[in-house]
Design a protein around this ligand. Structure first.
Ligand SMILES: NC(=O)CCC(=O)C(=O)O
Length: 261
């Protein structure tokens, strides 16, 4: 099964959801000229890391962003791995990844499990407690958020339940670009799955971000990679390659989890 995927590597306007909806509108209009099946957005794309103003700018129950993504998905008949949003709920603000299918249905919401202390997430956000597994077109995928990729056992818990491609939405700083690339390539090789990493570009008062959104095949080869600036990358993946590689080197069958704890 072939899928064309576009990552919208946007420069997020700090604490300005309305401006960010405008930026994404423009990027989607550009991306659809390549006729992708799935569009991917970065982490916290409506607000950026303006954590001090979350009370004012977080999206209550992610409603406004879900509505926005549903309209875009239906209009263009494209699945959206709609990045993540500062989602104000009863128990606090979560960093929530949204998946909407091309009919505009909300397929999955994943709340970031591992909060990143270096960027103060633990002071302002509450962690999730459920997996990022979802289905599109009867195939299994996983979606996680940024710092989550440093936890290989968390990613494995998704691929061992059948995920064939891992979507990673991120605001990853330029200082650790080498970690971003290496960790994503490692996750692809060890899980024998496609990895689609959508990062942001630009800066905010505290960080310069790396860009370098990337699409990696299950052999660990980079199929497409962005530079540092605002950019769209698009690549077609053949999902069946995952099954072939898992047959060739049967890592999942050969695991001995009884020895790993
Ligand atoms: N937004 C994030 O979770 C950043 C994670 C990060 O920078 C890291 O090094 O890990």
């Amino acid at each position: 099964m072939k899928l064309k995927i576009s990552c919208l590597q946007m420069d997020i306007a700090f604490g300005n959801p309305l401006k960010n909806y405008e930026i994404v509108n423009e990027l989607i209009e550009k991306a659809v000229t390549d006729k992708p099946d799935i569009i991917v957005l970065p982490e916290l794309w409506t607000t950026g890391y303006d954590l001090n103003r979350l009370e004012e700018i977080a999206d209550i129950d992610a409603k406004q962003t879900i509505d926005y993504l549903q309209k875009a998905a239906k209009k263009h008949q494209i699945h959206m791995v709609g990045g993540s949003v500062a989602n104000q709920g009863e128990n606090g603000v979560k960093n929530t990844l949204l998946v909407i299918n091309k009919n505009g249905q909300l397929v999955h919401q994943y709340n970031k499990l591992h909060l990143f202390k270096l960027m103060d997430e633990h002071r302002f956000l509450v962690a999730g407690n459920e997996k990022g597994l979802f289905e599109l077109e009867d195939r299994k995928f996983a979606g996680v958020i940024c710092y989550d990729i440093r936890f290989p056992e968390w990613i494995r818990s998704h691929t061992s339940e059948g995920a064939e491609a891992l979507f990673v939405v991120a605001e990853w700083p330029a200082l650790r670009l080498a970690h971003w690339r290496t960790l994503l390539i490692a996750r692809a090789i060890e899980n024998q799955c496609f990895v689609i990493g959508c990062n942001r570009s630009g800066d905010d008062p505290n960080n310069l971000f790396a860009g370098h959104s990337i699409i990696i095949d299950p052999w660990g080869e980079v199929i497409s990679e962005a530079g540092e600036g605002q950019e769209i990358i698009t690549a077609e993946i053949e999902l069946d390659q995952v099954r072939e590689i898992r047959k060739q080197i049967p890592v999942f069958e050969d695991r001995k989890p009884e020895y790993y704890k």
